[in-house]
Write a protein that binds this ligand. Structure first.
Ligand code: 5GP
Length: 184
């Protein structure tokens, strides 16, 4: 049995990061890729654990030299990418590798590694996603409209994925994902 890469993507605010954090804490047998990013670390984030925090120049160099398996500018703000070497190594060692990335990145991985399994994390309903997106009340009406348009486009992408998991409950969704990863 050869190890298979799993890619988890989904619309903004669906809770991918929370599901990934749950898996990191409860499933040490899953190997979570540490992404590189040009955004600054948030309080509590550790370099090399949550992200590799890189300068714009260093990120560009790694892209140029083919060191990223995929990469994208997310929300027009910062670059994010998956370092290729550690993923290849994890696969070679028969680990269960998981990438939590955005939709653009998921498409790139599907193109370059067709054997990868792609999983779309979906909200329980459209209204639920809208609540999560606009619920904070910190955005202007215009910003909210842009985010909702983005979410619509992102939701339409779910047909491209091998599996859809509904994030009705973080623990349940995470367990469904881990059993899916173990199933081959
Ligand atoms: P945050 O800055 O909130 O940690 O993450 C913002 C977004 O970046 C999330 O949607 C997350 O899925 C995406 N992201 C994180 N790492 C990667 C990566 O390596 N590649 C791509 N394409 N997106 C990523």
């Amino acid at each position: 049995m050869t190890a298979r890469l799993t890619v988890l993507a989904g619309p903004t605010a669906v809770g991918k990061g929370t599901v990934a954090a749950w898996i990191r804490e409860h499933h040490p047998e899953v190997w979570l890729s540490v992404s590189a990013t040009t955004r600054p670390a948030r309080p509590g984030e550790i370099d090399g654990v949550h992200y590799r925090f890189l300068s714009g120049d260093e990120f560009a160099r790694q892209v140029r030299e083919g060191e990223m398996l995929e990469w994208a500018v997310v929300h027009g703000r910062a670059s994010y990418g998956t370092p290729r070497g550690p993923v290849i190594e994890a696969l070679a060692q028969g680990k269960l590798p998981l990438l939590e990335i955005d939709l653009q990145g998921a498409r790139q991985v599907r193109a370059s590694m067709p054997q990868a399994r792609s999983v779309f994390l979906a909200p329980p309903s459209w209204d639920e996603l809208v609540n999560r997106l606009v619920g904070r009340g910190t955005e202007t009406a215009e910003e909210r409209a842009v985010r909702l348009d983005t979410a619509k486009v992102e939701m339409a992408a779910q047909q491209e994925f091998d599996h859809v998991i509904v994030n009705d409950d973080i623990r349940r969704a995470a367990e469904e994902l881990v059993s899916l990863m173990r199933s081959h």
